[in-house]
Structures are given as C-alpha cells and as structure tokens.
Design a protein around this ligand. Sequence first.
Ligand code: GLA
Length: 731
Amino acid sequence: MAIQISENGRLFTLHTKNSSYQMFADPFGTLLHLYYGKRTDGENLSDLIFRTDMGFSGNPPEAGSDRTYSLDYLPQELPSSGVGDYRDDCVRIRHADGSCAARFLFDSFQVSKGSYSLPGMPSLYDTDAETGETLTITLREACSDVRVQLLYGVFEQADIITRALKVWNGGQTPVDLEKVLSMSMDIPFGDFDMIYFAGRHAMERTAERLPVRRAGVRIGSVRGTSSHQYNPAMILCSPNADEDAGDCYGFCFVYSGNFTASAQQDQRNQTRIQMGIHPDFFSFRLAPGEVFCAPQVILSYSSRGLTALSRSYHRILREHMCRGPWKHARRPVLINNWEATYFDFNREKLLAIASQAAELGIEMLVLDDGWFGKRDDDNSGLGDWFVNTEKLGGTLTDLSEQIHRMGMKFGLWFEPEMVSEDSDLYRAHPDWALTIPGREPNRGRNQLVLNMARPDVRDYLLERLTDILSNAKIDYVKWDMNRSICDIFSSCSGTERTGELYHRYVLGVYELLEGFLARFPHILLEGCSGGGGRFDAAMLYYSPQIWCSDNTDAVNRLSIQYGTSFFYPVSAVGAHVSACPNHQTGRSVPFRTRGDVAMAGSFGYELDLNQITDEEKEQVREQINSFRYLYSLTHEGDYYRLTEPGKDDFMAWEFVDENREHAMLTIVQTESFGNPVPIHTVVKGLDPAKKYRCLMNGAVRSGASWMGAGLTPDRILKQYESLVIEFVRES
Ligand code: GLA
C-alpha cells in the first residue's frame, strides 16, 4: 500500500520501496510535515515535534493561551503566510482588501489510482511498468474562499514521490496570487549540504556543494528559461554523503521557465526546502472559479548515497517523462553541419559532408542554422521560416530526398520562439515581439523574443513548421532558443496581467510543442537553448534528447556531463565529436577521446568529415560500431560516477547493464606529470558472487574482487588520452 491513511483520516504516510513520507493534520488543522527518509511502518511520528514556548514566535488565535504552539517553528507542508510563520512562505495571496494573510487549514483528502496530470504542463505519466497513486489534500484558507490542493504522486517501485499544487478561487471577487511555489517541506532534524548545478553558456551544470545554514542556499532563474546559470534541480544530503553512502534527497523541477529553489535552516535548525516558479516578476490574477496549477517537483530519497539517487532519476525520467517512438529506440548517429560550416554553406558543401558521412556509416545529416529567410549570419532572418532555395541550390524537398537516397535520415534546425528585427515577420508584426512600449528593447544575439503567450504567434509558427515538415522528408528537428528573456510586457492582456507573462510564455511553448508533436509524432526532437540553457525535466516530455552544451571540448564536457548525470539520463544528453583545436577552447584532444566522451550521450559528429585524416575516418567507423553495440548498455544501463572533476588526475565513469552481465568503464587522463605514477580506479555495480573477465588484460576475477580491489590500467595514459575497459560476466 503506497498511500497509508490512519488516525481518522488525519495521518498520511506515503511509502515507496525504500522511503516513507509522513504528514499529519493536527487538531488545529495545520498540515504538519513529520518525516521523509528511510521506509517506516507508518506509525504516527508526531511526537518527534517537541513543542516549546519560543520567544518572539507568536501563537495563532486557536492556540488560546498555549504559547508552545507556533507556526513559526512547526514543520509544515503548506506554510501559512503573513500570520506568524516568519520563514519563507509558499503561496502568497493578495486579497481584495490588500492584505496578504493566509492560514491554510486541513479540509479533506482523496486517494486515487493513477498519476495526476497538470493541464498544459508536463508531469510524470503512468506506464505498463508502473502506475502511480495520487493523494490529494485540500486545505482551505481560513478567512477567504481560496482553496489549495496539495498533490502527492507516488511511484512506489521507482522510489519517487511527486508534488504539485493547485490554487482555486472559490469566492466572488478576483484574487491576485503573488507567489505560488510548487512545494515547501521542513526537515525537522539534521544538517545538510546542498548540491546544485551552476554555470554559464558553454559551461553549464558544474556541480557545487555548500553547507546549508541559517543564511540558506538559494538558486534560481529570472531569465524566462530554466537557464545555463542554474539547473532547476538540487540535492540535499548529509555532510558525509558521497556516491555510495549517506542520506540524499533530490528535488527536480518539471518546468522550463523562471524558478527558485532553496534550502535554509530556521531558528530551530530545521531545514525548509522550497521549489517553484520564481516569485520575482510573477503575479497571477485568479477570477472567481479559476484555478492556478503550479508545476510538478519530483522528489526522491536515498539512504545509500548519490549514485542510487541518480539511478532513480534516470529511470523515472527515461520511463515516465520521455515519450514517443524514440523513448527507447536507438537514436541515429548524426552529423551536424554547424561547427563544420556555420552559416557558410551551399548545396555542394552539404552534399560533400553528407556523402562522406554516409560512407563512414553515419545515419543522419542535420542541417543547422541558416537554411531559411535571409540568414547568412545571426543578425537577420529569424521568424522567416521559408526555405532559402537560392542558398540550398534547390528545394528542401530535393535536398532531403537526395540525403535519403544516400541512405541517411535528414534533420533540420529551427528557433521558433525568436524573431530578428531584420525579418519580414518583424516588419509585418512588430507587436508580436516582447518589447515594452516606449522603451528600446534589450537584444540578445541581436534578436528579440516572440510573445509565445499569444495564440496568433503560436498559430503562425505551427503553420510554418507544418508547411516545412510536410514538404520535405524530415526525420528530426533541433528546437533551439538562443537568448534570455526580458522586456516583459503583455500587449494582449493588459498591464495588470504582465506578471503572468513569463508563465504564460512557458505554457505557450508547451502548447506549441504538443501541437507540433501531435502532427509529427515520428519526429525525433532534440531540445536546445544555446546548448544546455533549457536542459530540464519538462523539456524531456517533448524531446527525449537535449543538446547538452555548445561547448564540444571533450575535457570541458567531462565536468558538464558529470554535473548533468546527477539527474538526467545519458539518453537525454546530446554529445558530438568536433574538430580540434576545439572551437570553444582551442584545446586539442585525441580523436578517440572525443569519441569516448561523446559515447556517454546521444552520439554524433559536428565537423567537416572531409578535413579529417584516413586514420580518423577509420576511428569514426569503429566509434559508430561501438555506439551501436554498446547502445543498450550506455543508454539503458546503470551509470556510475567514479571520480569527481578536479579531484584526481583523471575522470572515470562506468555503465553496467541491468542483468549485471556487461560493464564498460571509461577513463580520461586530465592531467599528466613527468615520471608518471600509475592510476587506479574503483569498479562498481558488478555482482560480487559472479566471475567477470576484464577485456583489457583477460584477467578473470569475482565481482567482489574487482569491486574490492579495483583496477590499474595496463598502460600509462598521456594527457587527454582515454581508455575503455569492458567487463564480461563468465558465470
Ligand atoms: C545555438 C546552438 C548551436 C547552433 C547555433 C546556431 O547556439 O546551441 O548548436 O545550433 O545556435 O545558430
């Protein structure tokens, strides 16, 4: 029983295979958070909260003269706002009289089979492998007609609990929502570190770890997208937690826009964790009868360290978030012309790349930016989604058919959400761009953002995408988004609703993506935002893979892919072999290493294949064969991080298949010294009782020995050299 209800419907315990989560509606109606951690039997743990009279922590009227009952320290599921809890609130309502007070009281609950869904937004869905269960707890605001429904989803076998909430205006007058986070939770005991993934364009998702104290740790985005700067996911873990041991809690936001995520200790050293849409630039007017839905957060707990936590996320995102025919199908090995040609291409150049690619066994040509409108650099043309037949030396129909005749699939780049001022679209519809009347707009990559909240903008884009895709043989689309958003002003719904725009923008993007996939369900969609600026769980609902970073330097990719791996599965990570010296860093790395690093992702090439040596061409053939042969191991197997960036002189990671019959370990030497000392790596995930042959040296040992004693490579690696070592089970 995943959802256990007791104490006359006031004690709620959610159970997964290895965790339990408990809440209690106390006699005053406050929904207390009692526990989240190792699995329990569901007994009432409310005596863990020891009440004391805390000075300057006041008491709600219902507590009468009991000075020990204070909302200012009680651990809560939906903290009340403006009525005596001085910590961060979760839902802030501005009532018609201007007050913002809200006291949320337990009203009722409902348990249902199956997962909940949220209108217009992605969320985890049920599959044959596992059906979720849903607990809905309704709280009413004490002095108004606002109701909040807290939604809890349980995927018992997957060790996943989800949270989301809905705010309903049941009154006769509109209310303004000034803040609606998706979740708040107070962990009453323990010190924690927060691990988050920060960076910048072309250097995203590098892991950082900070202790959570009373000053708190807070990340977020107000860029309109989930952003390169902070990924919308965080881990709270015990200070001694590592890959293999320690308490870890994951929080992964299923949303692609502004977000906030924080952890902060209060005066009693309890940790309040929050996640949701960023309250800055946010407000939402709820008319009588209207409902606002906050996006989903995916929670998981592991008592066995970070590797186990990551495994739960990889599985749930792969199985219950990614959709469509490409969910498990092997993705084609692609060649993308961007770093090969940038905007400087014509039909001959493309065909030369394509024919060389086909000869080497590459399965798809992706034509990147520059095929439409007037677009020979990044200053013009966005929005004019009409084929530039002059540049392509013919129609896209011809080109795509020619590519197919070579035995390859064909993919195309779009950046639907953008418009260049130098475009026919902008000249015809300047009001479609996000600008503030009377204010010169901020430009990013010299382009403006279309107001995706407008139905006419979405209709135009769907019509253009449909026209292009129906008139050529297109198997794949790269959906890009190349700037942060500002200049928010809603010309459609009036100034008083400008605070809704960032959110309505995101909903508009989801609606367009949904409409697009409904028309072209066979398309393999790759998400992109200057690489990984919108690398989030919500985008995986539409695109099972996302271009991980505009940085293709294999060594920088080690830390980018390392950070990405905490939440996102390898199958989601777009990774390509590119030319050296690398265009972003100037570094040269052996061709083999570039392939081995990209192999931990949805694999492809992004260079002019006519410029590489015969030896490198031979390696391309080998890499493609390896990618095909290792696909189920790398894309569906278990992933282990064996090192941390900057800690050792090498990086190593490993894949083990579900049956623990086959493992592959990759090492890249990142530093090198004179008179080198041999390196040594641990091996993980094997069956201790079974024998494994190491294909590097033929040695056969038990899994216990390999995992206990580890492995010393049989040669010294030079800087940036890589080594791939397979283990095959013998018994
Ligand atoms: C973004 C993408 C690149 C490429 C360019 C084209 O930066 O991340 O891969 O598609 O746009 O302009």
